[in-house]
Design a protein around this ligand. Sequence first.
Ligand SMILES: CC(C)(COP(=O)(O)OP(=O)(O)OC[C@H]1O[C@@H](n2cnc3c(N)ncnc32)[C@H](O)[C@@H]1OP(=O)(O)O)[C@@H](O)C(=O)NCCC(=O)NCCS
Length: 181
Amino acid sequence: MNTNNSFQRQTDRLIIRQVKQEDADAIFGYRSNAEVNRYQGWIPATIQDVHHFLAYKVSHKINVPDTWVQFVMIKKKNNELIGDMGIHFLLSDATHVEIGCTLSKKNQGRGYATEALKAVINYLFTELGKRRIVASIDPRNQSSINLFERLAFRKEAHLKECLFINGEWVDDLIYALEKEE
Ligand SMILES: CC(C)(COP(=O)(O)OP(=O)(O)OC[C@H]1O[C@@H](n2cnc3c(N)ncnc32)[C@H](O)[C@@H]1OP(=O)(O)O)[C@@H](O)C(=O)NCCC(=O)NCCS
């Protein structure tokens, strides 16, 4: 398997790279907003939660089955860290990954997530040889549905009350994009 230790890409407005421990403060700044991130499974309560997450939950080697890697998006014009993307390399199928994306509230509505995900999707299909990318979305999360539909993901399933997140059983939409598409 093609595993890599580093990733960095540039788009028109962004630098996308692997997360580092020193990104913790910026990540805590937007990820701790429980209202904006109400459909997310992980909402850090303290900066230590972010340090723990980066030290123990994130793989720093790319393309290892049963691990998550985390990329961050940085605005070229002012070096602001504006969001992150999680990529889950599945244990069950090495050609198949799951992806998720979070932007700070003030940087939403400007096309940054679409721009960053296009670059990462291209990397996953062409350089890592993935065949299928999926996103798991709460049906109430309309901005996330819009994002993945804009990227040509198809809705494949609506699973009823299958995830326990933030104290409640919630439905899950599965969106997918195949390489041929
Ligand atoms: C999901 C999430 C990343 C989507 O962010 P977003 O800002 O809506 O997505 P983009 O950055 O691609 O921006 C697209 C919007 O910017 C607008 N836009 C403005 N300038 C643009 C440009 N230059 N290029 C493209 N779109 C632009 C688009 O019209 C679109 O607006 P619309 O949705 O009202 O039609 C964001 O809502 C989020 O972080 N939510 C909290 C975390 C979360 O729930 N994540 C989902 C986990 S699966």
